[in-house]
Design a protein around this ligand. Structure first.
Ligand code: HH2
Length: 257
């Protein structure tokens, strides 16, 4: 899954794809490079960020979705109206970092459209989530959360076989929490749904490389995290540097073949 942030403020690619034509070109390049899906988002969820109003989020993503008609697209939104418009324009997945908690209408929109849904774990909210993340056992707490959100989605009419689950790397988590989640990913895969992991360019990668003030991890560091997640059962990797990941994952996959 290639990341296309149509935002001025995303932590690693903010402003790069703000013009619709640039975003569409970037997305097509990712698909050419081997992405199975591109994730188009109009709201940054980086630590400290505030939300964007509905009309601004629509203004950002609708022209990009129009330009990607007929391509495999997921929409990164927590808003029912953005999802409704995106699905109408051909998007096939709703990627909601709030796991259907923010907008009571979103589950119904996804269910009615028969869309794929990604449910992600987050502790707290983006504005404050990195202030003091705490868990007794991060993996069992994330697992219980994802199981509960999966039950909720199904109770709202979303088909269980269309749901994937995501531990939410960096969303209310320290470096050690993020590493533990990847290390014990098989426990999350045991829920029985595909697992999506988004470690790409996140600041924890810079921490590992002793860059204490770095807010963006490098592409090489991201590839390392993706391969580790793949080896532990991740099915979908959400990444910014598609070609690098496709090549690395092809090699990792060949080892298992
Ligand atoms: N991470 C980000 C955004 N959306 N969705 C899922 N399912 N999983 C993730 O890990 C995830 C996500 C944050 O990364 P990015 O899109 O690069 O930045 P921003 O939120 O600042 O736009």
């Amino acid at each position: 899954m290639g990341v296309v942030n149509v935002t001025p403020d995303s932590f690693s690619d903010g402003g790069v794809h703000l013009h619709p034509a640039a975003a569409v070109t970037a997305a097509l390049g990712m698909l050419d490079a081997g992405a199975a899906l591109v994730d188009v988002g109009g709201e940054s969820t980086r630590p400290g960020s505030d939300g964007v109003p509905l009309d601004e989020e629509l203004r950002r993503v609708v022209p990009v979705l129009e330009g990607l008609a007929g391509r495999p697209v997921s929409v990164d939104t927590a808003k029912a109206e953005v999802a409704r418009r995106a699905l109408g324009l051909g998007a096939e997945m709703v990627n909601d970092v709030t796991a259907l908690r923010a907008d009571p209408g979103l589950a119904g929109v996804a269910a009615e459209a028969g869309a794929y849904v990604c449910l992600m774990h987050m502790q707290g909210e983006p504005r404050t989530m990195q202030e003091s993340p705490h868990y007794d056992d991060v993996v069992s707490e994330v697992k219980a959360f994802l199981e509960e959100r999966l039950r909720f989605a199904v109770s709202e009419g979303v088909r269980e076989d269309l749901v994937c689950l995501d531990p939410g790397i960096g969303f209310g988590k320290t470096l050690e929490h993020n590493l533990e989640l990847v290390r014990r990913l098989p426990e999350l895969a045991a829920i029985g749904r595909p697992v999506l992991v988004g470690f790409s360019r996140k600041s924890s990668l810079a921490r590992i490389l002793d860059d204490a003030s770095g807010t963006v991890g490098t592409a090489h560091a991201s590839v390392g995290a993706a391969v580790a997640a793949y080896e532990r059962g991740a099915t979908i990797l959400r990444v910014h540097d598609v070609r690098e990941h496709v090549e690395a994952l092809a090699v990792a996959k060949a080892v298992y073949a």
